[in-house]
Design a protein. Sequence first.
Length: 327
Amino acid sequence: MSTATSTPRAWTLLALRWVATVAILALVLQMIDLPQLVNQLSRVPAGFIVLALGLSVAQVALSAWRWHFTARQLAVSLPYPLAFREYYLAGFLNQVLPGGVMGDVNRAWRHSRSQAAGTRIRESRLAVIHAVVLERLSGQMVLVPVVIMALLALWGAGRFDTTAQASGLALSAWYWLVLLMLLAVAGWLLVVSGKAMALVRYTRRLTRDIEVAFGGWRTGSLQLATSMAVLLTYLGVFALVAVGMGAVSMLTELFITLALCSVLLLAMVVPITVSGWGVREGAAALLWPAVGWPAEVGVAISVGYGALVFLASMPGALVLFRRAPRA
């Protein structure tokens, strides 16, 4: 396929994700009490917003160190100051570009430009790409078990509403989630069809890099501890929004809220909108009624979180026009 043909198609996909974001948000906001949502968000004190922004700085610092450490395991040079700066840029681009991964693609590209050219430049660039992919994978490897344990804990404690209406909503949500996953798998199979041998060779290289990046007690422990700390910063921002708007008044309510928010983080991984907007709010509108709480509360927490994360990513815009470092 020529570049001239692929470029319009790429822009079409980006435009469709913007349309999906707006459409899902409009649908969710139409289903809830919008004035009540705005009123709840307006309660968040300025001090809580400052604390959330400070927590976001720690989040970027930890995530950049995880990338720095993963790259070093793969024998790729990545100074920590460079990783910190580029991670801020990636976070900003992930907020404004559809899919939620374009910033990561950009930091892999910018980092690859800083690697030395030579006979092994292709292998070096592949290691650079894997450093970004595995750094993100490290976070998901912690998030998924946490979400599973949180849902099991809520179910075991009898927190979920088992009425017919709630069950119908849950089944509908699962139906659409499974359908999206099947469509994603089908698209992936179309891409890799006819390239089986190349896929096998790449899988071997990726498996080797995974073993290097996560293998061993010390390396695995550092990856686990760092990713858990990053996850706690995400949940910390949710907690500040929820407490600030008065959505929780007891420790038990806070634990339940954070358990539900971990599911929101996982929902944001679905790459069909811009930075998880719409998908996150839709999931909140289903999850909060499932535990007997108003949907407006969940959506307000979700919107407040999204707004704070966007605000916290703004320093990345300062790096946007800075040229990628070269070897």
